[in-house]
Design a protein around this ligand. Structure first.
Ligand code: NAD
Length: 294
């Protein structure tokens, strides 16, 4: 199967490498960042432009920052879809607004090109291990056809409904992650101010009801003061903007999300947008004039 993959960033690069390892070796790749392209080419892929990817690949995949990037790459001037024809498939693995997923799918449908929206959760470590969780929207038969391909990158591949359902599920995921990170930072701050070591709080409660994958991944980073991304605050702001947009359009209340978004925005305004989202803890550190765990 000939595959085109566009977007070789923190996530897309290891995902492309895992497709190669999984036996999908006829892989054409592209990114604005030539160093990333060279690294994946060194593993067995081949560099290609939009025309070659669109004209020759059975499936075109993207892992780009947000909706405007996916629109530009696929539907913009000289975009990939200009070269695609009936029967080809587009799988977008980026986390974008589900409304945009549906709009892009509708444009592609005019050419007979099917689309899956297939965002992931798990972050860079799971992208490297090939153990991401995929949440997928699109037709059942298209999902069934490409599930083995997604399984070279993910431990879990679940169809959540029609196109847009993958990104709606991803927004739900991002709400839970952001609120959970803030709850952990807030709780650690309270414990330390009350004279209890956050490390001991973490050790004592991680096996109980308050324990979570988020706390296991981000608690130690807060305690160590390690804010290297991981998942950048600016990307989480993007996701929560999409969640708020989506919620407003369907009439769902998101008061907790709106509140975490303000804390993330405060971090962004203090030039923290490129830090890991666990750096939400720095908001509490600023307010209390102390360092969590230190
Ligand atoms: P990133 O910024 O590291 O990578 C994006 C890549 O897209 C970059 O290499 C960039 O050069 C490339 N790009 C941008 N515009 C392009 C264009 N017009 N043509 C070709 N290439 C272009 O981002 P990332 O962390 O890899 O995230 C990608 C997506 O995955 C985002 O939607 C993000 O929300 C989502 N995601 C990220 C994580 C994470 O932990 N990093 C986890 C789950 C989901």
């Amino acid at each position: 199967m000939k595959i085109g993959m566009i977007g070789l960033g923190i996530m897309g690069k290891p995902m492309a490498k895992n497709m190669l390892k999984g036996g999908y070796t006829d892989l054409l790749v592209s990114d604005l960042n030539q160093a990333a392209v060279e690294e994946v080419v060194a593993c067995g892929a081949r560099r290609a432009d939009n025309r070659e990817i669109g004209e020759t690949c059975e499936v075109v995949m993207t892992m780009l920052p947000n909706s405007p990037h996916v629109r530009a790459v696929m539907l913009g001037e000289g975009g990939v879809s200009a070269y695609m024809k009936e029967g080809q498939v587009f799988i977008d693995m980026s986390s974008i607004n589900p409304v945009a997923s549906k709009e892009i799918a509708a444009e592609l449908a005019k050419k007979g090109v099917e689309m899956l929206d297939a965002p992931v959760s798990g972050g860079e470590p799971k992208a490297v291990d090939g153990t991401l969780s995929f949440m997928v929207g699109g037709k059942q038969e298209v999902f069934d056809r490409f599930k083995p391909l997604l399984e070279t990158m993910g431990a879990s591949v679940v169809r959540c409904g029609e196109v847009g359902a993958g990104n709606t599920t991803k927004l739900a995921n991002q709400i839970i992650v952001a609120c959970n990170i803030q709850a952990v930072a807030e709780a650690f701050t309270m414990a330390q101010k009350a004279g209890v070591d956050p490390q001991l709080v973490f050790d004592a409660i991680r096996g109980g009801l308050a324990g979570s994958t988020v706390m296991d991944a981000k608690g130690p980073m807060m305690i160590a003061g390690d804010d290297r991304p991981g998942f950048k605050i600016d990307l989480h702001i993007k996701d929560l903007n999409n969640a708020l947009d989506c919620a407003h359009s369907v009439g769902a209340p998101l008061p907790m999300t709106a509140q975490v978004q303000e804390v993330l925005q405060w971090m962004h305004s203090r030039e923290g947008g490129q830090k890991d989202h666990s750096a939400i803890a720095q908001y509490y550190e600023f307010l209390t004039d102390m360092k969590i765990g230190r």
